[in-house]
Design a protein around this ligand. Structure first.
Ligand code: SF4
Ligand code: SF4
Length: 189
């Protein structure tokens, strides 16, 4: 994906906000690209981790939030593990997602923000991920009710999906995490 940053731009863009919210200092990135070489989705997403950091250095603004990697990142932390400067890029991606949602920027492909929202909502309610409820919420929200429906019986048969909600989660602690992070969320507005 090509992200055009105006040569005339003289502002820091969204970089200060990203650094404050993620707690990651981006100055130490020296563009060795080790992170990008190991990222499994840099190719399909059209944006590598090192490119996103460079764009932040150059003062990118909202256009960066439209990058494919913002929503296709798997949070596998390979980039973090490979970085000689220990730059926590997954935390940067989480911040970019929060900013993207707060600013109402549409994801470039699919309904990843909706999927993300359904996942978090389920964790908040059940204390853990409850796949069946999450998928139903996603299908109703996206209107793709029958997509992949033929796979459902096989997944149930192989025990890949539980009918009943998960039990034994520490719901109280999970709820507290959501309450504590609500303050961070308000900084995106
Ligand atoms: S591995 Fe670390 S230092 Fe190298 S480009 Fe990626 S973020 Fe920058
Ligand atoms: S955490 Fe995201 S950006 Fe980093 S290597 Fe994995 S998929 Fe790529």
């Amino acid at each position: 994906m090509t992200i055009v940053i105006s040569k005339k731009r003289r502002t820091a863009g969204i970089r200060p906000q990203v650094e404050e919210m993620s707690g990651v200092k981006l100055d130490t990135c020296y563009q060795c690209r080790k992170c990008s070489a190991g990222c499994p989705v840099a190719g399909p997403a059209g944006s590598a981790p090192s490119e996103i950091i460079r764009r932040l250095h150059l003062g990118a603004g909202d256009e960066l939030l439209q990058s494919g990697l913002v929503w296709m990142c798997l949070s596998c932390e390979t980039c973090y593990g490979r970085c000689p400067m220990q730059i926590n890029f997954p935390a940067v991606i989480d911040t970019l997602r929060s900013l993207s949602i707060a600013k109402g920027i549409k994801a470039p492909k699919g309904d990843m923000p909706l999927f993300n929202r359904m996942f978090l909502q389920n964790v908040k309610i059940f204390g853990r991920s409850y796949d069946l409820s999450m998928i139903m919420g996603y299908k109703l929200g996206s209107g793709k009710i029958m997509d992949d429906a033929e796979k459902f019986p096989a997944m149930l048969g192989k025990g890949k999906m539980a009918i009943l909600p998960p039990s034994g989660a520490d719901k109280k602690t999970v709820r507290r995490i959501f309450e504590n992070t609500a303050g961070v969320k308000s900084k995106t507005k």
